[in-house]
Design a protein around this ligand. Sequence first.
Ligand SMILES: Cc1ncc(COP(=O)(O)O)c(C=O)c1O
Length: 412
Amino acid sequence: MTSPPTASEQRRSVTGRDIALVESVTAHNYHPLPVVIASGQGAWVTDVDGKRYLDCLAGYSALNFGHAHPQILAAARAQLERLTLTSRAFHNDQLGPFSRDLAALAGMDLVLPMNTGAEAVETAIKVSRKWGYDVKGVARDRATIIVTEGNFHGRTTTIVSFSTDPVAREGFGPFTPGFRIVPFGDAAAIEAAIDEDTVAVMVEPVQGEAGVQVPPEGYLRQVREICSRRGVLFVADEIQTGLGRTGSTFACDLEDVVPDIYVLGKALGGGVVPVSAVLSSREVLGVLTPGSHGSTFGGNPLACAVGHAVVRLLETGEIQARAAELGRRLRSRLDTLVGHGVVAVRTRGLWAGVDIDPALMTARELCERLLTRGVLAKDTHGSTVRLAPPLVISPEDLSWMVDQIAEVLATA
Ligand SMILES: Cc1ncc(COP(=O)(O)O)c(C=O)c1O
């Protein structure tokens, strides 16, 4: 095992110099691993000192198709030369075809394009509330939305208002009212929390940030059934679970469930530009009228061209099948580590939460040691490592990644 560079070696390297610059001129709202990436191709990236790493985080699934995917880049380049921004004050020729094909992929009527995931979640909240007032008949300003413990839906003030992570909330009050929090994976708790003011239930089909927490089998089906029976919208935040990661187009597909609203982001931008969207029926998205919601950059032609390339890549189902197959391999390899430094493994498609034995090391320490071996992964909640390599990763590279984890744990 290569030992990590000493402090003086690091200062001398380009990496050390670049990190020092960033630390001195940017807010410290992140604690990145000490690597400065300069280029990427497929599942691999190269740092400013020329060292290569296997990217096993893939921008929290924003890079499902890997770095520099040829079809996505070609679409971006072609559009870059033609037209990049119009605002929604005018039409552009990319929004229609992109939205038509995205809606068809999801089996929904309408698309509302935004940019970041948090904006799309905010959009889903606003739409759900307005649907509650205009269609369901909830009394003005009384609407509630049910969310789950351990949720991660973004960082805006409204969204952190219903976070259960103290670090995400501390110092950011006063908070937005109108949310009820129930345990994740507990459909009976959702049923009990619904009253006449409830307009929506918003869940991540698998909680990513919480450590790839997979709900009990049948949970999404139960949520669907409860929402339909009680006249409440089922909002699936598939920003991280959607678009191939779990071995299907949407994680809801795994339980043959269609929500009322899909919230998409991350991979929709092909790792090139931020593209998010809210998809729903005419009845639901139809509550919006000109001026009631919008975004200068949402639906811009560059974003739409890139998003359209992503939709085309998903239309054949190949990448989803690949994720499912590679996910099976990943799972069987990771299972062999349980009892050997790993306490538990949770997977859905090519996505894993691996709980490291805290007696051995923290997940952060594991990620730091993996870094020296050329593997990029990210810790969460102290003892969990998240693995979400690009879906284009080769089986050999995937296997090599697990070898690195096994060796780090064996030599701890
Ligand atoms: C499920 C989920 N929702 C929303 C978000 C927020 O997305 P963004 O960081 O693009 O605002 C994330 C980001 O990690 C996410 O995983």
